[in-house]
Design a protein around this ligand. Structure first.
Ligand SMILES: [Zn+2]
Length: 473
């Protein structure tokens, strides 16, 4: 488990999370519990994702706490190599440097005064021409400054807005289709965002992936993954379905964290506090990996369902379970190809796992009672080859959806290559001799003759396989 740095101020307010569990009706509580289980003890997901979505059921003080952050100004602050934030810790805008050396604005604060006091001076400070604006949704705290930017900078650049929010807008938005289920691309200044229409919070609401550079590497972040769950039954359902689509977008396009124009909504607030306090943006809690970002979307969905179930007790929702796929033992290796599929609920049993190698070899095996799928017909592996194990997901367990999962690893190229560095040498032998006489599970690479024990016979078999003379490294 990894602790997220720079979050002490926020953590103080969050101390009661989890401890304040209350007896909610079963159809609500089971989704709150699922949100907790899918977080799998990950404090980052519990504090910055679960808390900031499940509060709508659990914590009536959250909104007041959140809005108190509107008094803390964020001056123009660089968050990534090419992304800057400005506004307050409650409502902010981002400037993303575009491929053509201009700038894209993401959301536009509340009103003309905000445009005059924050956005226009920041643009001048950056010294980059405005290429266009992307609006996450049409509420006034996200697009209130656009009319003023039109007055000052003209009309020769687009303002992208979900088509469902276009009616009544005076700033000539370029619509993004809010009725599309698919991921759409929006390009401003040569830089492309991936946009998923997620109607519910507003008819034109969108959740998107934005590409940023972090310490020189391109990554994608989920922009504005949460908002308030709408009060009507129909719209609360749309809201949940939007989060399901976002999970698929993350899975398909790859995202390694979340970021928000309401910084209070996720790890954006601790990131901003850390950067403002230390000036260091090289290690940020905003970047936490693909697998955790997918789990974050599952946690958010379960929280949103808990609220939707309060609004409409007749609605029936499956529980989503994030799965993990992990190679077991010395797998992948020439002598073993096996992977375990599990979720916070335990092993995923009796389900197919497909293995594939870079050279095109494939194998499919079914998980046993421990969730382990083991190939019996081993494909031949080239040295140091990438092997992928893929679980396609399952609805076999009524009331649950086991989500797809994947693992990737480099194969050990050689029997006896215990440390998997592509050669057999005395370091491998010493790993065998260190456990002479031990009983080991099937598939342990140190048990070369597969008799269930590591013995001097195994050491002898490996001595003759050494890559270099005298087993030199
Ligand atoms: Zn809104």
């Amino acid at each position: 488990m990894r602790r997220w740095a720079g979050a002490t101020a926020a953590m103080g307010c969050m101390a009661a999370v989890g401890a304040s569990a209350q007896p909610y009706p079963e159809h609500v509580q089971k989704h709150l519990d699922s949100a907790t289980m899918n977080a799998m003890g990950d404090e980052g997901l519990l504090n910055y994702i679960r808390r900031n979505q499940c509060f709508e059921v659990e914590d009536s003080t959250w909104r007041t706490w959140a809005r108190s952050k509107d008094s803390i100004r964020v001056p123009l602050t660089q968050v990534f190599d090419d992304l800057w934030m400005i506004g307050t810790q409650y409502t902010a805008s981002y400037f993303l440097k575009t491929a053509d050396n201009g700038v894209m604005l993401i959301d536009a604060l509340n009103n003309t005064a905000d445009a005059d006091n924050y956005l226009i001076p920041a643009l001048r400070q950056l010294g980059l021409p405005l290429r266009g604006i992307y609006i996450t949704h049409g509420h006034g705290d996200h697009d209130g400054g656009v009319n003023r930017l039109r007055q000052v900078f003209g009309n020769d650049w687009p303002v992208f807005l979900g088509s469902g929010d276009v009616p009544g807008k005076a700033y000539q938005p370029t619509p993004i289709d809010s009725s599309s289920d698919g991921v759409q691309q929006v390009t401003i200044g040569g830089t492309t965002l991936y946009v998923q229409a997620t109607p519910g919070h507003t008819p034109g609401n969108q959740i998107s992936l934005i590409p940023v550079h972090h310490n020189g590497t391109t990554i994608k972040l989920v922009m504005n993954w949460r908002s308030a769950v709408p009060a009507s039954s129909a719209n609360s359902k749309l809201y949940v379905q939007g989060l399901e689509k976002v999970w698929r977008m993350i899975d398909q396009y790859g995202a390694v964290g979340t970021i928000h124009t309401h910084a209070i909504s996720d790890a954006t607030l601790p990131a901003i506090e850390q950067i403002m306090a230390t000036g260091d943006r090289t290690r940020t809690p905003l970047v936490f990996g693909l697998e955790r970002t997918k789990r974050a979307a599952v946690v958010a969905r379960e929280c949103a369902i808990a609220r939707a179930a309060q609004i409409d007790a007749t609605a029936v929702w499956d529980i989503w379970r994030a799965t993990q796929v992990k190679f077991v033992g010395q797998s992948p290796s020439p002598t073993q190809l096996a992977a375990r599929v599990s979720s916070a609920w335990g092993p995923v049993t009796n389900q197919p796992v497909s293995f594939s190698t870079g050279s095109g070899a494939t194998c499919t095996a079914t998980t046993d009672g421990n969730g382990v799928a083991t190939c019996t017909n081993l494909p031949s592996l080239a040295p140091r080859e990438i092997v992928v194990a893929r679980f396609a997901g399952s609805t076999a367990d009524a009331g649950f959806v086991d989500l797809p999962g994947v693992a990737e690893a480099t194969s050990s190229s050689l029997a006896c290559d215990i440390d998997n560095n592509g050669k057999v040498d005395r370091f491998d032998l010493s790993r065998i001799t260190a456990v002479l006489g031990s009983s080991v599970p099937a598939g342990d690479a140190r048990d070369v003759n597969a008799d269930g024990k590591v013995t001097v016979a195994d050491a002898r078999m490996c001595t003759v396989k050494c890559t270099n003379a005298q087993c030199a490294p």
